[in-house]
Structures are given as C-alpha cells and as structure tokens.
Design a protein around this ligand. Structure first.
Ligand code: ATP
Ligand code: 5RP
Length: 290
C-alpha cells in the first residue's frame, strides 16, 4: 500500500473482461484528469510462446499436467511484486508487452508470441493501473495483494467466462474452439489454486451472470449481451458504501445481501463510474497530501 504512489489492480482470468473494464477506468481517468501508468499482467509471463510450449511439453512428459499460464511458476511474480513495490516507493517502474496477434505486432514491431523490450514508466503519473491474471496473489513467495491500494475482481460465472474466452480467442487470436477448449482444460488446476483465491483478497468483485441459457458454452453462437445479463457487485468491506444512493441512481438495481448489489448488465458502466470515481478521487487526493 502506498499513499504517495497508489496502485489499482484489476484481476481476472483470461477472457473475464479485464481489458474491457480498463476502458471504463480510462474514461474515469480522462474525466478526472488522472494520469495513470498502465501495465498488463501478460507482460510478466515467464516464457514467450515457443518457450512456453517447450516447457509445457517438458513438464507433460515428466508427468505434470497442471502447468499453464495461470500457474505461479509460469509468471515472473517476484518481478511484478518488485514493480509494485518500486512504484509505491518512488513512482517509477518498468513494463513490457506480450504481443498476442498481428494487430499488436504491427503496433510494436515484434512478432506475435514474443515480448517487447522493457520500457520505463513516464515519471509524472498519479497512479499505477494493473490489469491481468495475478494482481492479488498471496503465496509463500510473494504478497502482491498487500501492495495494491484498490483491488478489483472481474469474475463472470464460469460458463460465461469460457464463452467470452472462446469467442475472443477465435475472433482476434486465430484459435479454434477445440484449441481453446484444450487450454481451458489444461488451466483448470491452476485456475482453482492460483486464480480463484485472489477473489477473497479483492475489495470489490464484479460478477457478470447471464440470464439466458449458457448450459453448453462450447456451442454458444455469441457472447450473451449486456441486456442478457445482470452483474453482482460485492464489497469486501461495505462500510462507507452508500447503497441507498447506488440503488436509487442505478435503475433496476437491488441489494441481494448486506454487502452486495445486483445491477442490470447494461448498467455496468454506470455502476462502475458511480462506485469507482470517488475511490479513485480519494486515492489521488491522499497521494497529493502525502
Ligand atoms: N460486460 C461485457 N459484456 C459483453 N461482452 C463482454 C463484457 N466483458 C467482456 N466481454 C467480451 O469478452 C471477451 C473477453 O474480454 P476481454 O478481452 O476484456 O478479456 P480479458 O480479461 O482482458 O482477457 P485476457 O486477459 O485473456 O486478455 C471480449 O470479446 C469482450 O468483448
Ligand atoms: O490471455 C492469456 C493470458 O491472460 C493468454 O492465454 C496468454 O497470454 C498466452 O497468449 P497466447 O496464446 O497468445 O500465446
């Protein structure tokens, strides 16, 4: 935690929607005049695509079928922790980009499946914004959760998460449904052991729930739309959250528990703006005082 150089961490599995949520944060940053440095979790993968495949094959041959991008050991989590700590102390740090597809390759000049070089952050930011798989990890080696000032979980119910991943990986990353299904299966062990525990560390979880039948996610023709879903928003510590204000401003919302509200899917952006803007504003105000 750093009052002077705050860190916002948005954590979700692959396909959960963390990149989509980043757009909402970017709108708030722009409107509030907040200068944020953004980093992606994929920058902290340990291997490029070819080396990851070799490592997977090697481990599989040795009888380990649990290794995947979700595993702690497939990522440079100590480096991520160091970047969080350095930023909190000095406002400085570095990142790189894992290039997924041709569009990113054209932008970065690096072939898909590889990393760009590391680059330093701009030195005059108000806060650091992380979006990726491991933004709230606590294990025997690292405590990334302790270094982030505001931790957000993006967690669609699992059928919907799979549909989102399958459609995104097919549409923009060139994979087949069968290839994505294999990846989902291979990652299940680490999903349970490395990804899910983080959602008990997060301050607020946004869980999109479809209200259409997704019982066979592998044949869904499209991703359920905002109108075909609701979002459960759960606050780890509801003290200080003005629920009557939120439920009166967000048409069609209601409280489902003392620390949770449910909003129509098409009100997610509005709900995020109403909930997050004061929290971001407070982080920046306190950092200026510090
Ligand atoms: N609220 C939403 N409503 C409708 N579609 C959504 C929503 N959130 C995400 N999606 C869709 O789900 C897919 C995955 O979302 P996104 O790319 O944001 O995931 P991600 O968590 O960033 O994945 P990765 O970490 O693998 O890059 C995209 O096609 C996106 O348009
Ligand atoms: O989204 C992911 C993790 O968040 C990707 O699956 C991971 O980055 C590997 O990417 P690729 O399959 O393009 O090599």
């Amino acid at each position: 935690m750093s009052k002077k150089h705050p860190i916002i961490s948005v954590t979700g599995s692959s396909g959960a929607g963390t990149s989509t949520v980043k757009h909402t944060f970017d709108q708030i940053f722009r409107r509030e005049g907040v200068k944020a440095v953004s980093i992606e979790g994929d920058a902290f993968h340990r291997f490029n695509r070819a080396d990851m495949k070799a490592e997977l094959d090697r481990r599989y041959a040795a009888g380990d079928a649990t290794f995947s991008h979700f595993s702690y050991e497939a990522n440079e989590l100590k480096e991520l922790e160091r970047v969080f700590r350095d930023y909190g102390e000095t406002g400085r740090g570095r990142t790189r980009t894992y290039v997924h597809d041709d569009a990113e390759a054209a932008r970065t000049g690096v072939a898909p499946g590889n990393f760009t070089d590391w680059r330093d952050f701009d030195s005059d930011s108000h806060l650091l914004f992380y979006e990726g798989l491991h933004g709230a990890v606590v294990n025997s080696e690292v405590n990334i959760a302790a270094l982030a000032d505001l931790k957000i979980g993006v967690v669609p119910v699992i059928n919907l998460e799979w549909i989102q991943k399958i459609h995104r990986d097919r549409a923009t990353r060139g994979y087949t449904t069968e290839a994505v299904t294999d990846v989902i299966l291979r990652r299940m062990h680490a999903y349970v052991h490395c990804i899910v525990p983080q959602f008990s560390q997060t301050d607020i979880n946004f869980q999109r729930v479809p209200v259409v039948d997704t019982s066979n996610p592998f044949i869904a023709r499209w991703i359920p739309t905002a109108d075909e879903s609701v979002v459960v928003i759960r606050f780890r510590n509801p003290r200080g959250i003005d629920f009557p204000y939120l439920t009166s401003m967000i048409h069609g919302s209601w409280m489902s528990r003392a620390n949770s509200i449910v909003v129509p899917g098409n009100k997610l952006d509005l709900a995020m703006q109403l909930i997050l803007t004061p929290l971001i504003e407070r982080l920046v105000r306190e950092s200026k005082v510090a």
